[in-house]
Design a protein around this ligand. Structure first.
Ligand SMILES: Nc1ncnc2c1ncn2[C@@H]1O[C@H](COP(=O)(O)OP(=O)(O)OP(=O)(O)O)[C@@H](O)[C@H]1O
Ligand SMILES: [Mg+2]
Length: 329
């Protein structure tokens, strides 16, 4: 089954031609840059840029896969969750292509794509496994069960992990997306310099990172050179040492919380295979911490390759393929 998949849930316009997890024929991603001017994704601008780019991205995916449209069996698209206007562009294009070429469509779930994405690097990764999706809008702990089912253990209660990275970056005057910049600056700082709270919330598998973000805000607010007395805040005067320590300490609080809950969930469910998905899974400190904690517990770790962490259409094709293969059995 050859799948053409389209992803437009947020600020990436992406398309992929996919045969199987072992055989992804193309994976084209256009990341929208305009949002860095505004400190976050502006939904209206995102939809407009999807509209401008989608045809070229789909054509490139088909060309580099050397696959004419006639050879496609299913046109899959991200049906949600995501920004309504952005989703509408991908959905409309997928339905139009399918209608013109006489193909079937499949509405795929974006988070199932993130949860499965490690299987694009590790095609032998079979359910059951535990997947921690850490993206811009979600921090979800999901059991990928045999039989094509997804069981959510825990979800985001407020700020998702990536959102917390982005908001802390904004407090520090860094551009969107904040995650990669915080990671870079953290490499020069001391993770033990500031003891930001670890929101373990041991009575639930849910996650909450808004408190850590607020703790960073209060820490900065108490530095006299950060606020100018008129309500204006600037990180420019607080110096690179403090900025690096804030980044390292904040990152340590988030990573420790994620890893602790993931390992505890593996113990609780008895599942021996764990994986990560989503943009925050690019974070090297998180990847290293998961690998080392899993080693101690005797768990097998399956990390997605970098190109499959943030939004991409290969993972959407995989989500469709996963559901469709189970439907046939
Ligand atoms: N190296 C990194 N360290 C930490 N966070 C990172 C890193 N690289 C990217 N991120 C974060 O990943 C997020 C983007 O990931 P992704 O594209 O998966 O999210 P999204 O698609 O916007 O959200 P969702 O999938 O929940 O709808 C951003 O919040 C970004 O700051
Ligand atoms: Mg995403």
């Amino acid at each position: 089954m050859k799948i053409l998949a389209i992803e437009t849930s947020c600020d990436e316009t992406a398309a992929s031609v996919f045969l199987s997890p072992r055989n992804v024929l193309s994976n084209v991603v256009h990341s929208q840059k305009i949002h860095s001017l505004f400190g976050g994704v502006v939904p209206e601008l995102a939809s407009r840029e999807h509209l401008e780019r989608i045809n070229a991205v789909v054509a490139e995916a088909l060309d580099s896969a050397k696959t004419p449209l006639e050879q496609i069996d299913v046109v899959a698209y991200t049906d949600g969750p995501g920004l309504v206007g952005s989703l509408l562009v991908g959905r409309t294009v997928a339905h139009t292509i399918a209608w013109l070429a006489g193909k079937k469509t499949f509405a795929a779930d974006h988070i199932e794509g993130h949860a499965l994405s490690a299987a694009l690097k590790w095609p032998g990764l079979c359910p059951p496994f535990l997947s921690l999706v850490v993206s811009g809008g979600h921090t979800d702990l999901i059991v990928v069960e045999a039989g094509g089912k997804f069981r959510y253990l825990g979800r985001t209660r407020d700020d998702a992990a990536g959102e917390a990275f982005d908001k802390v970056a904004k407090l520090l005057g860094l551009k969107y997306p904040g995650g990669p910049q915080i990671e870079n600056l953290a490499a020069r700082g001391n993770p033990a310099a500031i003891n930001f709270p670890r929101p373990f919330m041991r009575s639930t598998w849910d996650f909450s990172f808004s408190g850590v973000k607020t703790a960073v805000l209060y820490y900065l607010r108490d530095i006299p050179s950060y606020a100018d007395g008129k309500g204006l805040r600037s990180s420019r005067k607080i110096g690179p040492r403090i900025i690096a320590d804030v980044c390292a300490s904040f990152q340590a609080a988030v990573v420790e919380t994620l890893v602790e809950k993931l390992i505890r969930a593996a113990r609780f469910t008895g599942i021996k295979k764990i994986s990560l998905g989503g943009g925050v899974a690019l974070n090297k400190t998180l990847r290293k911490s998961v690998v080392s904690a899993a080693g101690v517990e005797g768990l097998k770790v399956f990390l997605p390759s970098n190109e499959h962490c943030a939004d991409n259409a290969a993972m959407i094709a995989l989500a469709a393929y996963h559901r469709l293969s189970h439907r046939r059995h």
